[in-house]
Design a protein around this ligand. Structure first.
Ligand SMILES: [Zn+2]
Ligand SMILES: [Zn+2]
Length: 339
């Protein structure tokens, strides 16, 4: 079967690899795979992985068969239900796994990084990692479900009530999904903060009640809240500066959700501000099964859409070029490969 394989840092190739096997795993014919910054970092070597490695963790496909045997190869017709594959890998035996926190398994990992991933014609996954996506869900919405699952996981950790004043810092794919979730949960005010005018426009069309640049944000948020600032701030850009801005935009007693992954040393935490405003800092990681089920339900109901966030649908063969030129396309949102 064909797959996008990282052979060395910076060298991604599309070539034939052996089909996945495993008597306890279900084989899924992959339809589409989204890529994100994690894939780009795996490809350029800033996230080191064992080589060679099939990349990709945001995948949707159709169940082919319940294990090895090769009843239908990669060239056969679609069969079985369409499924989202939860890309996390866990041991099932450690203390976090036994408590149901499989996403925190210390020996666990991510498909496409720690084990072979889904930018391939076929994958095999344990049955409990498959989530059925109803046929009523548009293919393009389905492509965003893995990311949406992680946003749901994050927002599950914070209360949002009608009337709440909220801010999303960073209007990339995850920021634009967080913004829709906050509206769906009833937040009265959702301010989208981002540098790109096009992304601010998109945020407004997806339900942001106001949008602004990072520089304008402190003044605008203060104006919109009579000086109180926000109850909930979601940081979805993943830089030290945006964490600092999120803390600045948070009002007394607020919750700051640090959704972006902040590397060590990227910021000095403003501890006095956390204390002075008695802020609650939440730093969610990955997602668990119910988050993916809720993400699917939300997209099926129309509460959240991924369609405007997909800026490219390309064939598998384009993966090396797209991931190699990632930084030259700042207007890009979600790029999806079709298999
Ligand atoms: Zn991703
Ligand atoms: Zn474990």
């Amino acid at each position: 079967m064909r797959a996008a394989v990282l052979e060395a840092p910076g060298r991604l190739v599309v070539r034939d690899v052996a089909e996945p096997e495993g008597p306890e795993r279900v084989r899924v014919r992959v339809d589409q795979v989204g890529v994100c910054g994690t894939d780009r970092k795996v490809v350029d070597g800033s996230i080191p992985v064992a080589l060679p490695r099939v990349i990709g963790h945001e995948l949707v496909g159709r169940v082919v068969d319940g294990g090895t045997g090769g009843h239908e190869g990669a060239g056969g017709p679609p069969s079985g239900p369409r499924v989202l594959v939860d890309p996390s890998v866990s041991c099932g035996r450690c203390s976090p796994c036994r408590r149901g926190q499989v996403h925190l398994c210390p020996t666990g990992g991510l498909m496409g990084r720690d084990v072979d991933g889904g930018l391939a014609e076929l994958v095999a996954a344990p049955v409990d990692r498959l989530h059925v996506v109803p046929e009523s869900v548009h293919d393009t919405d389905a492509a965003l479900l893995q990311v949406l699952g992680t946003c749901v996981h994050a927002q599950r950790q914070v209360d949002v009530f009608p009337g709440d004043r909220t801010v999303v810092v960073g209007l990339g794919v995850s920021g634009l999904l967080h913004l829709q979730l906050l509206r769906a949960r009833g937040a009265a005010t959702v301010v989208g903060v981002g540098r790109s005018a096009a992304k601010r426009e998109l945020a407004a069309s997806l339900g942001a009640t106001a949008t602004c640049t990072p520089e304008e944000a402190p003044g605008l948020v203060a104006d919109l809240t009579a000086g109180d600032c926000a109850n909930v701030v979601v940081e979805a850009a993943g830089t030290g500066a945006t964490v600092g801005l999120a803390v600045e935009l948070a009002g007394y007693g607020a919750t700051v959700v640090v959704f972006g992954t902040i590397p060590d040393g990227a910021t000095s935490m403003p501890f006095y501000e956390l204390y002075r405003k008695e802020l609650r800092l939440v730093n969610p990681r990955a997602a668990v099964g119910r988050d993916y089920d809720d993400a699917i339900a939300m997209v099926a109901s129309g509460a959240v859409t991924g369609r405007p966030l997909v800026t490219g649908r390309l064939p598998l063969d384009a993966a090396p070029e797209v991931l190699g030129s990632w930084d030259r396309d700042p207007g890009r949102l979600k790029v999806v490969f079709e298999l």
